[in-house]
Design a protein around this ligand. Sequence first.
Ligand SMILES: [Zn+2]
Length: 103
Amino acid sequence: MSDSKWRLLQVFLSSGKEPAVFEVEFHTVEGSLRCTCPGFRVRKRCVHVDDVQAVLDVNGGEYPLELDRSVTREQVRAAERSERAQRDLILRHGKTRSVGARR
Ligand SMILES: [Zn+2]
């Protein structure tokens, strides 16, 4: 997580038997995605990355962050400037998603 070119976009709740949280990050230079789930580590692809990619495709490369209503405009602005602030914002205020193990 030390590479500041990676931006957290979305947190997923695992739908498997073991509760888990996976993070999908976007590389701001290469435009690639990565995920912290075990499937991505093995296959370099997973349902989470596919899900985020589908949202990016629909929105012309933008990822609309879903945040709760307590977020201030200042927090959003800070997140645009800093990878750390964005990560903080999403972990605290972002809506988690979940996808089925198979689609
Ligand atoms: Zn994944």
